[in-house]
Write a protein that binds this ligand. Sequence first.
Ligand SMILES: [Zn+2]
Length: 50
Amino acid sequence: MAISECPSCTFHIPIESNMQEGDVIECPDCGAKLKLVSLMPPLFEEIKEE
Ligand SMILES: [Zn+2]
């Protein structure tokens, strides 16, 4: 299973096989909203809330 890092806290987040580019998840460690911007390699971008 692929692993990527939370850009906010560097927590290692597993990339599940059913995830697709553009999916938004919440970091289980810091609660940041993260968008999966790339699958190869898996890369998250934090969504800043106003
Ligand atoms: Zn985090």
